[in-house]
Design a protein around this ligand. Sequence first.
Ligand SMILES: Nc1ncnc2c1ncn2[C@@H]1O[C@H](COP(=O)(O)OP(=O)(O)OP(=O)(O)O)[C@@H](O)[C@H]1O
Length: 644
Amino acid sequence: MTAQTQTTQTETYEFQAEARQLLQLMVHSIYSNKDVFLRELISNASDALDKLRLEAFRNKDLEVEIDDLHIDLEVDRAARTLTVRDNGIGMSRDEVVGLIGTIAKSGTAELIQKLREAKNTDGAASADLIGQFGVGFYSAFMVADTVTLVTKKAGQAEATRWSSDGAGTYTVETIADSESVPHGTAVTLHLKPEDTEDQLHDYTDERTLRDIVRRYSDFVTWPIRLETEKTEDGKTTRRWETINSRKALWARPKDEVSEEEYREFYKHISHDWLDPLRTITVKAEGTFEYQALLFLPSRAPMDLYYRDAKRGVQLYVKRVFIMDNCEALIPDYLRFVKGVVDAQDLSLNVSREILQQDRHIQLMRRRLVKKVLGSIKEMMADDRGRYDTFWREFGRVVKEGLVEDPDNRKAILDIASFASTHHSEDLTTLRDYLDRAKDDQEHIYYLTGASRSVIENSPHMEAFRAKGLEVLILTDPIDEFWVEQVGEYEGKTFKSIAKGEVDLDGTDDDAAEQEKADEESFAALREWLGKTLSEHVKEVRLSNRLTTSPACLVGDTHDLPPALVKMYQQAGQEVPMAKRILELNPKHALVTGLRDAHASGGDTEALTETAELLYGMALLAEGSELPDPQRFTTLLSNRLAASL
Ligand SMILES: Nc1ncnc2c1ncn2[C@@H]1O[C@H](COP(=O)(O)OP(=O)(O)OP(=O)(O)O)[C@@H](O)[C@H]1O
């Protein structure tokens, strides 16, 4: 943002690049339902009133009147303007520049990139994308050519005027006669001409405004007022009329609230433009009374995986807004849940620190978590399609709970689903996995890796495929952590197929005899290979998990898997990489050939090179990196050249 011109008081600024790009999308209206601009402006005004009431309560020196807080819609039909005015907290000049001229949200750049791509192909897709983000104030430019904002921060003397046509720049000036400006914010829209074909309605029309407010903002706790005209006996009078019912939705009995009201409330608090996937209501009576109205969104927000991702639950105390992003109420792994919790018996002065320690709050949090997990479970049973959408969007985050929240492990595993070798696309629950398994199967087999195809083609999978045993395919980074910690589900232990020995079924006598013979005939090779590859592996043994590959690498049961070690190392922790075990397929020609060449005292250098190649191939087959790719390719190309 750079100041280009400067008069005594008016400065022209450029919008931050990302803000400019988003604005352009607004001006060119990628979103078909333009009425929602009013919801966004009312929502901002309502937040500003909440903030002022709280500030006045906390700061007794702030001399402001808070008995008559409201949002006014003012219409000037002749000038074709609509003003949304609140007498809330207002903004200082610096805040106007910082808050309105820039977008400080994580993920903005990615969103714009995606929007650009989607816009070229599909308008609906881009509207969907913007829905995940919420553009708030900027949506005014869908319906207005010019937007002017006059604001004065409560308790300060200076008032500021901001104005822009939504192109590259905006102006900011300090108002000379600041005294006469009341605290709060007035946003004036110079409306574009009506164009019903483009769903651009006449926003100076009383009926239109009433309808939009009733539809989107009825439950806003502050009065939304409209100046109406009445002609009686030839005399016209004007008066302010409150046009929203102001009923706090969470306080009303569930059966008296329509689905649509819940949906609009969700959009009001979440700034999401899509409908929620599920609505969850909680009511607790007794010594600690509270009500909660929570929602599962239908789409993951852009910033879900950023460190500064906010939690979506707001805390109210006796209908008074206290704070956004209340981390004491909902754990990190449910950070996507949006909603409101209204507690009766807390002080309005409650701070984040106090909340963290409050025993009642901890109990409340536990109950909310149970309710959310329970609701997901219900959705799994009664609406599988919705559950699948939910899990696709949020499953990765929910699985963090397996590590973060040991008390709810079972409940989380109950609602989790996983890719598996049972089906190429559909996910499976653990319950279904166990139902398909043979009664005597003691383990839930899994393999972690970078992608489905790497896992499916890994040599570790061979014997399991041959025996028709189902293996879970775990590809999310978080999977590496929880499988290590969770241990079991319904008495069956999780077992990595790349760790420890496998004993897939009782071996018959013939097989046992064969095994014994193999052990003897490969003993010398194993010993020699163990020495030759000692830098890389701690042991060489015969495998019964391979059918087609010559060799694979496996970990000891209690070793950390290499991917996990790498993650810890990237996070700056010193964790040594444990050497693994090289398993040989005694039926593979390369392995028997190597045994024979070694037994007959073949060229040591050539044998050593073959050993190195064998180790390298085992790494490649499981999708790991080679320690020295250059050397591997040299050895391999020499071999290939010699064979031609
Ligand atoms: N009427 C208002 N009174 C006081 N501050 C306001 C008002 N309108 C906007 N703001 C400030 O400007 C900021 C940006 O508003 P904007 O509507 O663009 O985004 P938002 O409401 O924070 O989030 P979202 O993009 O999800 O709607 C707000 O967070 C608020 O601090």
